[in-house]
Design a protein around this ligand. Structure first.
Ligand code: IPM
Ligand code: MN
Length: 371
C-alpha cells in the first residue's frame, strides 16, 4: 500500500517520540513491502514562533492532501502560565480536529501483563482491563461560545451539542462494541446538564438498532471513581469531549504510564493519530520520553487502513519490549533506556521477530539488539 503521511511533530517531546514512530513505520514498510512517504509540517508553539499561527495554512493543506496525519504533542509553558495569551498552541490542534471533521477520538486502555505491578493500583483490580474510550472530539464546551466581559471579571464557555453530533459518534461506539464485549457505557452528567440529557435520549434511541449490545449509564463523577475501583466492568465508554479528556488521563494510570496511551481521531476522510500525553516540556531533548504511545498510535493508523497484520507486528514488538523491560524510566526507574533505544529495539524486533534473534546481554549494554 502507498500512503502519504503528514507528520506534525509539534512541541516539547513531540518531535522525539514521533521520530521513533516513523522509524517503526519504515521497518513495517520494508517487511510488508509498502511505500510510506512522510512530509513534515509545523503546528503548535513552534508554528506560532515561526509564523504567528498555531496551524499555518501550509500545514492544514498538507494534512488535507495526505492519507493520514501522525501527530506528536502540543503545548508550551510560556502559554500555560499566561492566561491573557490571545494565540495558544492548543488552538492549532483544536482547529485541525474541526477542519478535518475528526469527531471521534478512540483511546484504548489496557493493563499490560508485564506492567501489572508498576501501576499504583492493585494488580487484582486492574488485571484484564480492556477499555475503548469513544470521546466526542469536535463539540461541547471545547467549541462553544467563549466570553469574557470587558472588566475581565466574568467568563463563560458554552457546552453545546446537536442530535446529529451525538448520533454519529454513538453509531461508531456501538459498532465497536458489537465486535468486542458488547457493552456501551454512556458517561454523562444527566442529573445536572441539559446537554447530557440530550445525550441520554439520543443514545438510548440508537441503542435500539444494536440489540446485541447492552447500554448502561454512569454519571461522570461516579465513572471517575469506578474507573479505578473496578475498571474491568467497562468495555466501550462513550462520552462527550471534556469528560472524555479527563477520564482518559485518569484511565492511563491503569496501564502504568500515560506514555503508553495512543489514540486515533476519525470521522473525516483523513485520520489523525496521536499519543494522548502532552508535550512534557521538562523532558524535551533529554531522551527520556516514552515513545510507545506514539508507536502505538502508528499501529492504530495501520489498523485504520486495514493493515492488521502490520499493526500486530508493532504491538507484538511493544509487548516484547515491555516483557524484556526495554523501556524508558517512567516504566523502569532503575534501568530505563533512552527514547531512541526503545525505538531501535522495536524496529529490530519488527525486522527480526523471532525470540532466538535476541541477544539479551547486548540489549542492556546499549549495543545492537539483534545478533
Ligand atoms: C488531548 C489534549 C488536548 C485536549 C489539548 C492539548 C488541547 O489534552 O488530546 O487530550 O484537551 O483535547
Ligand atoms: Mn487530554
Amino acid at each position: 500500500m502507498k500512503l502519504n503521511i503528514a507528520v506534525l511533530p509539534g512541541d516539547g517531546i513531540g518531535p522525539e517520540v514521533t521520530k521513533e514512530a516513523i522509524k517503526v513505520l519504515k521497518a513495517v514498510a520494508v517487511e510488508f513491502d509498502h511505500s510510506f512517504h512522510f512530509t513534515e509540517a509545523a503546528v503548535g508553539a513552534i508554528a506560532i514562533d515561526q509564523t504567528g499561527n498555531p496551524l499555518p495554512d501550509q500545514t492544514l493543506d498538507l494534512c488535507r492532501m495526505s492519507d493520514a496525519v501522525l501527530f506528536g504533542a502540543i503545548g508550551a509553558p510560556k502559554y500555560d502560565n499566561d492566561p491573557t495569551a490571545k494565540v495558544r498552541p492548543e488552538q492549532g490542534l483544536l482547529k485541525l480536529r474541526k477542519e478535518l471533521g475528526l469527531f471521534a477520538n478512540i483511546r484504548p486502555i489496557k493493563a499490560y501483563t508485564p506492567l501489572l505491578e508498576k501501576s499504583p493500583l492493585k494488580e487484582e483490580i486492574i488485571k484484564g482491563t480492556d477499555i475503548s474510550i469513544y470521546r466526542e472530539l469536535t463539540g461541547g464546551i471545547y467549541f462553544g461560545e467563549k466570553k469574557l466581559n470587558k472588566e475581565g471579571t466574568q467568563a463563560s464557555d458554552l457546552c453545546v451539542y446537536t442530535k446529529e453530533e451525538i448520533e454519529r459518534i454513538t453509531h461508531l461506539a456501538f459498532k465497536a462494541a458489537r465486535n468486542r464485549r458488547k457493552k456501551v457505557t454512556l458517561v454523562d452528567k444527566a442529573n445536572v446538564l441539559e446537554s447530557s440529557r440530550l445525550w441520554r435520549k439520543v443514545v438510548t434511541e440508537i441503542a435500539q438498532d444494536y440489540p446485541q449490545v447492552t447500554l448502561d449509564f454512569l454519571f461522570v463523577d461516579n465513572a471517575a471513581m469506578q474507573m479505578i475501583l473496578n475498571p474491568t466492568q467497562f468495555d466501550v465508554i462513550l462520552t462527550e469531549n471534556m469528560f472524555g479528556d479527563i477520564i482518559s488521563d485518569e484511565a492511563s494510570v491503569i496501564g502504568g504510564s500515560i506514555g503508553l496511551l495512543a489514540s486515533a481521531s476519525v470521522g473525516g476522510t483523513i485520520g489523525l493519530f496521536e499519543p494522548i500525553h502532552g508535550s512534557f516540556p521538562q523532558g524535551a531533548g533529554k531522551g527520556i520520553a516514552n515513545p510507545l504511545a506514539s508507536i502505538l498510535s502508528a499501529a492504530m493508523m495501520l489498523e485504520h487502513f486495514g493493515l492488521n497484520a502490520e499493526a500486530k507486528r508493532i504491538t507484538d514488538a511493544v509487548d516484547k519490549s515491555l516483557e524484556l523491560e526495554i523501556t524508558t524510566t517512567d516504566l523502569n526507574s532503575g534501568r530505563g533506556v533512552s527514547t531512541s533505544r526503545v525505538g531501535d529495539f522495536i524496529e529490530d524486533y519488527i525486522l527480526n521477530p523471532e525470540d532466538t534473534n535476541l541477544n539479551f546481554n547486548n540489549i542492556h549494554l546499549g549495543q545492537s539488539t539483534i545478533i
